[in-house]
Design a protein around this ligand. Structure first.
Ligand code: GTP
Ligand code: MG
Length: 316
């Protein structure tokens, strides 16, 4: 692959002096690959250089990184190492090919009361189950942007899953974010917690509500999308580097412009749609029933599952 002789370390990047290189390392950009996959916005935010300088550094890092080819077989081996968290419903798990995957972002979008948060609670409990029993024996980082985290509900679901509710709550780390800055920072600083507390699931409920509220009518759509983009990329990087599952919820907005089909569109436009590996559309059905539609997946066919929200959690 293209390789520039002169650039071997981040110190060699154009416009990056020793002091900036230190800042890069401190921010987690420890090698050229990490710089190469960063977005200019993210990089400039992290180390306080202009977006333009960041762009140049990223371009040079891309040129300098070596790419190795691997066989399909070795990719398959890695895929088999990917963890899956059970949703509590057999039908829902089958729709996902076994459950919510690590190393990826799963987005659930839908109207209010469609069950997005309840699925999050169930996953926060189930991730604590043992390997092979629907869990990954790990904890949850829960970013609550809507003030809807309910420990009582977690307790009820945990009991029904045969777990000690107190222990389950001890392994759920909740951040109540009330501004997009807090939401972004919670994820920027998550590396340490993920390692120390064996976090295997990150939930952002919801990814979009604060962005939507804060930037409403400010004409700052470009700014909002850029900030949201950086946030989502950081989530993707956490998913990759720590092999955690990321579950994000998203609201839908009514789109009266659509004459045929479902007149609702998820918030956040293409940014969230592109970043999410798997996308689920949830909607209300009769009583406690909810319909989950797999809208986008790299390896599973589109389809639907019907789940129930019961006092004990998500069931078939
Ligand atoms: P928004 O966050 O408002 O967009 O909605 P959401 O999609 O997150 O909905 P949520 O997951 O909060 O689902 C709400 C629904 O779950 C309610 O309509 C209730 O029917 C159900 N629900 C919530 N709590 C309980 C509970 O303790 N027991 C039972 N049986 N159902 C519950
Ligand atoms: Mg909710």
């Amino acid at each position: 692959m293209a390789k520039e002789k002169s650039i071997k370390e981040i110190e060699d990047l154009p416009g990056i002096g020793p002091a900036t290189a230190e800042k890069l390392k401190a921010a987690g950009y420890t090698d050229l690959d990490k710089v190469a996959v960063a977005s200019p916005y993210e990089l400039s935010e992290a180390i306080g250089i202009s977006a333009d300088s960041a762009k140049k550094a990223i371009e040079a890092a891309k040129q300098a990184t070596t790419l190795e080819f691997e066989t399909g077989e070795s990719v398959l081996e890695k895929r088999e190492a990917i963890g899956k968290i059970s949703t509590g419903s057999k039908g829902f798990d089958e729709l996902l090919g076994g459950g919510v995957e690590t190393n990826a972002i799963t987005e659930a979008y839908g109207r209010f009361a469609s069950g997005k948060t309840q699925v999050g609670f169930q996953l926060a409990v189930n991730v604590q189950l043992d390997h092979g029993k629907g869990g990954l024996d790990g904890g949850t980082l829960f970013i609550d942007t809507e003030g809807t985290f309910r420990p009582e509900r977690i307790e009820a679901i945990a009991k029904s899953a045969g777990l000690d509710p107190k222990k389950v709550l001890e392994n759920i780390f909740v951040v109540r974010a009330t501004t997009t800055d807090q939401q972004v920072i919670a994820i920027e600083r998550a590396d340490k917690l993920i390692k120390e507390k064996n976090i295997k699931l990150i939930i952002v409920d919801s990814i979009s509500s604060l962005f939507r509220a804060e930037f409403l009518g400010r004409g700052g759509l470009a700014e909002r999308q850029q900030k949201l983009n950086g946030h989502i990329h950081k989530l993707q990087r956490l998913a990759d580097t720590h092999a955690v599952a990321v579950y994000i919820t998203n609201q839908v907005i009514d789109n009266p412009g659509i004459l045929f089909g479902d007149p609702t569109t998820p918030v956040g436009g293409n940014i969230i749609a592109h970043a999410a590996t798997t996308r689920l559309y949830m909607r209300k059905s009769k009583e406690d029933k909810r319909i989950v539609r797999l809208v986008d997946s790299p390896n599973m066919p589109e389809g639907e599952a019907v789940i129930k929200i019961t006092p004990e959690g998500i069931k078939d």
